[in-house]
Ligand binder design. Structure first.
Ligand code: NAI
Length: 333
């Protein structure tokens, strides 16, 4: 039998983890033949809740799940893990300034970066979901110098899934008939959802979304707005944030990183920028990537028109500012 891999989920007593743990333990990320040992990390006040999650995982009677290790100690949580879903973060409280939120999270991700550095496998794949996800991933990587920077990523797959779903609905085609919709930049309201490279499968051929739709004003207006504000719309309606769809997207992200993307297909991931497409270097920026042998590569050679360039600049500037604020917090600590 294949040897089990260790996978950590932080924020394991929270909403997203409640859906995510089940999906991972069912084999939807690492495969139906890959046994797992799940490490669940949360903070001490949540230890009781964590016990309940452990009971439920046992009661699911999942054949791939060899062991569950609940803990409030990062040293235990990150020991020998091959994959890390960093979901836990400090939520924004009423009256909290952006800087205070960033400051609280920078400290969490510094500690987790240090623990990854010391205890995780050197080829661990790290997906940061907790917000501000891009900058948290940057901080985490900076404190884990023994792990390659390429192994750290931030989640924009939920935004990609939302965007793909909007395009499929607009075209009246099944979701699987739409591909290569891109999210550029930050997982925030400055993100740029871009259907310009999108493909749609109609009458047995892949065609350009922009040509088939022929509606630039929609693609440059309501489409971007809907995707940027979708999280707020879910909160307004459900009175809680998107957890099921966030969990599914975290699985999609890690699944594709682990297993690769099909030829010609690309997905969006927040990764270390090398300056491609004129973006700022050394921020975690969401790009279209292709993945082979567990290594992502930024898709090159895409045409960026003036409209897209201005959108990339806005979100790139925000990421630069976030990075600088995070660094100033770290320096003053
Ligand atoms: P939640 O509040 O239900 O759960 C968060 C959990 O993290 C709590 O159990 C909390 O105790 C725990 N936590 C806090 N600090 C921790 C630490 N230092 N170590 C370990 N655990 C810690 O929140 P939910 O809905 O599960 O969301 C989690 C995060 O994901 C939030 O930051 C949210 O903004 C973010 N998010 C990101 C998305 C993305 O697309 N990148 C989409 C949706 C949510």
């Amino acid at each position: 039998m294949t040897e089990a891999i260790r996978v950590v989920v932080t924020g394991a007593a929270g909403q997203i983890a409640y859906s995510l743990l089940y999906m991972i333990a069912r084999g939807e990320v690492f495969g139906k033949d890959q046994p797992l040992i799940l490490h669940l990390l949360d903070i001490p006040p949540m230890a009781g809740v964590l016990e309940g999650v452990v009971m439920e995982l046992a009661d699911c009677a999942l054949p791939l799940l060899q062991e569950v290790i609940p803990t409030t100690d990062p040293k235990v949580a990150f020991k020998d893990v091959s994959a890390a879903f960093l979901v836990g973060a400090m939520p924004r409280k009423e009256g909290m300034e952006r800087k205070d939120l960033l400051s609280a999270n920078v400290k969490i991700f510094k500690v987790q970066g240090q623990a990854l550095n010391e205890f995780a496998k050197k080829d661990v794949k790290v997906l940061v979901v907790g917000n501000p996800a891009n900058t948290n991933a940057l901080v985490c990587a900076n404190y884990a110098p023994s792990i390659p920077k390429e192994n750290f990523s931030a989640m924009t797959r939920l935004d990609q899934n939302r965007a793909t779903s909007q395009i499929a609905a607009k075209l009246g085609v099944p979701i699987a008939a739409v591909s290569n919709i891109i999210i550029w930049g930050n997982h925030s309201s400055t993100q740029y959802p871009d259907a310009g490279q999108g493909k749609v499968f109609i009458n047995d051929v892949w065609k350009s979304v922009t040509e088939v739709l022929n509606d630039t004003s929609f693609l440059q207006g309501p489409f971007i707005d809907i995707v940027q504000k979708r999280g707020a719309a879910v909160i307004a309606s459900r009175k809680m944030s998107s957890a099921m769809s966030a969990a599914k997207s975290a699985c999609d992200h890690m699944h594709d990183w682990w297993n690769g993307t099909a030829p010609g297909k690309f997905v969006s991931m927040g990764v270390f920028s090398d300056g491609s497409y004129g973006t700022p270097k050394d921020v975690v920026f969401s790009f279209p990537v292709e993945i082979k042998n567990k290594q992502w590569k930024i898709v090159q050679g895409l045409t960026i028109d003036g409209f897209s360039k201005s959108k990339l600049d806005i979100t790139g500037n925000e990421l630069r500012e976030e990075r600088d604020e995070a660094l100033s917090v770290l320096e003053s600590n």
